[in-house]
Design a protein around this ligand. Structure first.
Ligand code: SPV
Ligand code: MG
Length: 431
């Protein structure tokens, strides 16, 4: 029997996929190369189901003879390994995945194999079905778990700030295509700076958890992506345990608490204001109390080190990282307001010499010339764009307000505003 290779994600099974399987099995034994989470995650959205779940389903589909993992986005390594007589694929890759197609053709030619392209089934595809699934929403449990899966499978988890439902929708839906890859944000950052600022309050823990949860609830209602909550100092240890449970109950994936004490000021003030770093012992006790309080296994407590913000040494930052991890922290965020990012690089590279697994979170606000790829090479796993949707919307709003004043009418502001029709149709179900 000849071998027919079919690479697939098999997350949402629909008649189009069954058609390819049917067609493929006419040529020989159908070998499915099932893409692993890791193979997929840097190229398109992470599947709803994990590898084992997807494997179980596809193994039981009529016409599938064997399922093997495809560990890379490219077909080349598996084609070389299994040397199938046929490779079968939907003809949509002629336009959507030109590079993938070209290299697959080349390697099939090397050993005299043939590529069969099946006409794309019109009217039904995984992307439109995925949109339908997203419209239904998600559950707190599924959302909460997703962050750990993203960290495990993506080279870098890309996070953008949202401070209300509308900005949440942007983080949820923004997407671009570049070099055969789809780029989007993986998770949402609930920032204390933008949450406070959007309420007309300074970023000094003056907006309490209950108030912040009101906007967070709006975000939860219209998004499905995981959320990382900026927990400031975590407050009193006795209060922090309640914060952890509340966040968990809402399906938040992680809280980041910073090792400061007293009146907290925004880190980007650096040493221009008085900022007091907590002592290691007390902060470790807070981490431990939080870890003991959580109910699920998946919720993450990430310890944020402010040594480089408060003018303390690199050694202090590294010493604290190890102490916080020993106390149970699931990740480390290292912050800095340096323009070069050299201190963040030194921290990450030194830390990675002794610890290769604990996730590192970075917030490149001041050192924003550094790319995600560079940050990942330094050893970072999560990159947070912490305030950009608020910082971009405020100048746009202020400008329109001034234009109306200048002209005593709003006509001149039209070019800065989205059309009424678009805003009416932005939110599904408005009509
Ligand atoms: C926030 O977004 O509120 C943060 C990051 O904590 S920073 O503003 O850089 O301190
Ligand atoms: Mg903050």
């Amino acid at each position: 029997m000849k071998t027919v290779y079919l690479g697939m994600t098999a997350d949402i099974i629909h008649p189009g996929l069954i058609n390819i399987i049917e067609q493929g099995s006419k040529y020989g034994d159908l070998l499915v190369g099932l893409l692993t989470d890791k193979a997929i995650a840097d190229h398109k959205r992470l599947p709803h189901l994990n590898y084992e779940q997807r494997k179980k389903i596809i193994e039981n589909v009529k016409g599938v003879v064997r399922v093997v993992p495809q560990e890379e986005w490219s077909y080349v390594p598996n084609l070389r390994k299994y040397r199938p007589e046929y490779l079968i694929h939907g003809d949509d890759w002629i336009t959507d995945n030109t590079k993938l197609r070209e290299e697959a053709y080349k390697v099939m030619e090397e050993f005299g194999g043939r590529v069969i392209e099946i006409p794309y089934t019109q009217g039904i595809n995984s992307s439109s079905l995925n949109n339908d699934i997203l419209a239904i929403g998600t559950t707190p449990e599924i959302r909460l778990r997703r962050l750990r899966r993203l960290i495990q499978s993506k080279s870098v988890v890309r996070v953008l700030e949202a401070h209300n439902g509308l900005s949440g929708i942007i983080v949820e839906t923004a997407e671009i295509k570049k070099d055969d890859r789809t780029f989007s944000f993986d998770a949402i950052w609930s920032s204390s700076l933008t949450d406070s600022t959007s309420k007309g309050k300074p970023d000094i823990e003056a907006v309490d958890l209950t108030t912040r949860l009101q906007d967070l609830n709006n975000i939860l209602e219209c998004t499905t992506k995981p959320i990382i909550y900026d927990g400031d100092t975590g407050g009193l240890m006795e209060h922090f345990v309640f914060t952890v449970r509340t966040l968990e109950r809402h399906g938040i994936s992680a809280v980041i608490i910073e090792d400061k004490t007293g009146l907290k000021k925004n880190s980007l003030f650096g040493t221009d204001v008085k900022q007091t770093q907590d002592n290691v012992e007390d902060f470790c006790a807070k981490i431990k109390a939080g870890k003991n309080a959580q109910i699920t296994e998946d919720f993450m407590i990430i310890a944020r080190i402010e040594s480089l913000i408060c003018g303390n040494s690199m050694d202090d930052a590294l010493r604290r990282a190890n102490a916080y991890i020993a106390a149970g922290a699931d990740g480390i965020m290292i912050h800095s307001k340096s323009k070069t990012g050299e201190d963040i690089k030194e921290f990450c590279q030194t830390f990675r010499k002794t610890n290769t697994t604990i996730p590192i979170v970075v917030v490149p606000t001041t050192y924003n010339h550094v790319t995600e790829t560079e940050l990942q090479q330094w050893g970072a796993n999560i990159v947070i764009y912490a305030n950009h949707l608020l910082r971009s919307s405020y100048p746009a709003m202020a400008r329109v307000a001034e234009i109306i004043l200048e002209n005593s009418r709003s006509k001149e502001a039209d070019e800065y505003c989205m059309p009424i029709k678009e805003i009416l149709e932005l939110i599904p179900g408005t009509k």
